[in-house]
Design a protein around this ligand. Structure first.
Ligand SMILES: Nc1ccc(Br)nc1
Length: 444
């Protein structure tokens, strides 16, 4: 809304074209993006307030970053979809910039920027909009909001256990139980072990994980071909795919002796899950790798047990992200929790909350020259912390009653001239219909 003098006086506002034929703008938001009209915004605020409350319970500090970042933050060379779909452009200063597709690189950038001025461990959270440029052929969204929680500076799996605990807390708060969702958990150290066994160079690790993450999305032959093109030997490819189909930690222990570290981490995590009281939510699943190149250890994703939806959330350990930005490495882990799949799940489970506009008072003047008096009454109530929907034009009482019903007002405060002369106002309690007069000073 223009608050400049020009806006008020209209001095600079353009004159309507003489022809009167004004081309109607497209009132829809850009392709792949959403508006949040009041009802949708109430649901979003309800969800985000739960994100924030859980973050507070776990003593995480809120941080935020620009949605626009230097493109270099995301130009990893591991063939990730997130890179292929980067929403990037050259700005008017000829800088290569991008709308962030995820939040972790921004977080790492800020941690490096803060350097020695922050003491570890850091526990930071943010809720931010993330973008991708998806060819509209697939008609998917190009933006979503993610809740991110990250623990920076803790090498042990207590950090991952704490992060998963926070997500369990969130699920419980919104009515989701372990019969609705679970977490598939694995460790990328399993793959690292295999690659080492077959002396595949370390620098292929990220790329191999990104390819393997597509295992349920593209045929195995395609996976094998991409791995071979990436430089993985035939026998290593075979062993990789074998390992991914292992069904239990015990079986993994038997099969691959190079997974010692992975198994130790996973055993520790399942033990901690027991202590945290959420072991029923977890299951080992060797095929879980996640599609981000920078994970290096435990990885996990929240899934719906009916198998109808995409992953609800996902995360893991990323101990070398900082060195890819030219800084000293700091052990780190975190997760992202999107705002879309969870709403689909709540719909499926009939758990969407009923959220309506709630107003304490509708205040109206019975005639034009009492508008100022009505404004005084509104001000008095607002100073007492009460919400007031002040009727801003003279309207028939019938209109006011309808308005009060639509805003679920608790009561109607009517300013009429005879009452006002006596320092009184009329009150109608809308739930009971009870009606009475009250001295202005006694209005609370
Ligand atoms: N990374 C990303 C960004 C935006 C959407 Br929608 N999905 C994934």
């Amino acid at each position: 809304h223009s608050s400049t003098a020009a806006g008020r006086s209209g001095a600079l506002s353009p004159a309507p074209p003489l022809s009167g034929a004004v081309q109607k703008i497209d009132v829809n938001p850009p392709k792949g993006t959403r508006d949040f009209p009041p009802e949708d915004m109430r649901l979003r605020n309800w969800l985000f307030n739960n994100f924030r409350e859980v973050s507070r319970l776990y003593a995480f500090e809120e941080v935020d970053f620009p949605v626009l970042e230097n493109e270099a933050l995301f130009t990893r060379k591991a063939g990730e979809e997130i890179k292929d779909q980067l929403y990037c452009f050259e700005d008017q200063g000829k800088r290569r910039v991008a709308l962030r597709p995820e939040l972790t690189p921004s977080l790492a950038r800020l941690v490096i920027q803060k350097g020695k001025s922050v003491s570890l461990p850091l526990k930071w959270f943010t809720v931010g909009q993330c973008w991708r440029y998806e060819r509209m052929t697939r008609g998917r969204r190009r933006e979503h909001y993610q809740w991110n929680m990250d623990i920076i500076g803790v090498p042990g799996v207590m950090a991952e256990a704490e992060l998963i605990a926070s997500i369990v807390t969130l699920f419980k708060r919104i009515g989701i139980t372990e019969s609705d969702v679970g977490f598939k958990v694995s460790s990328r150290k399993v793959l690292q072990g295999v690659l080492k066994c077959y002396s595949i160079p370390e620098n292929l690790f990220g790329k191999v994980c990104v390819i393997i993450d597509k295992i349920e999305k593209i045929p195995a032959e395609e996976i094998k071909k991409e791995l071979k093109v990436a430089g993985v030997s035939e026998e290593a490819v075979h062993e990789l795919l074998e390992v991914l189909s292992v069904k239990s930690l015990a079986e993994l222990e038997e099969r691959v002796d190079s997974c010692g570290e992975a198994i130790a981490d996973l055993k520790q995590l399942f033990l901690l899950a027991e202590k945290f009281g959420y072991s029923k939510w977890l299951q080992f699943d060797a095929s879980i790798v996640r599609g981000l190149a920078y994970y290096t250890g435990i990885v996990f994703e929240g899934f719906d047990r009916e198998g109808k939806l995409r992953a609800i959330c996902g995360g893991g350990r990323y101990d070398h992200l900082f060195s890819t930005f030219g800084a000293d490495d700091i052990p780190a882990c975190g997760f992202g929790f999107g705002d879309a799949v969870i709403v689909e799940l709540l719909k499926e489970k009939g758990l969407l909350p009923e959220l309506s506009l709630q107003v304490h008072n509708v205040v109206c003047a019975l005639d034009e020259d009492l508008q100022a008096a009505a404004a005084m009454v509104a001000n008095l109530l607002r100073e007492k912390g009460q919400s007031v929907d002040l009727v801003l034009e003279s309207k028939p009482l019938k209109w006011v009653f309808k308005r009060a019903a639509r805003t679920n007002a608790e009561r109607l405060v009517i300013v009429g001239s005879s009452e006002w002369q006596r320092g009184m106002v009329g009150v109608k309690i809308l739930s009971t219909g009870e009606q009475y007069e009250i001295k202005l000073d006694d209005l609370k």
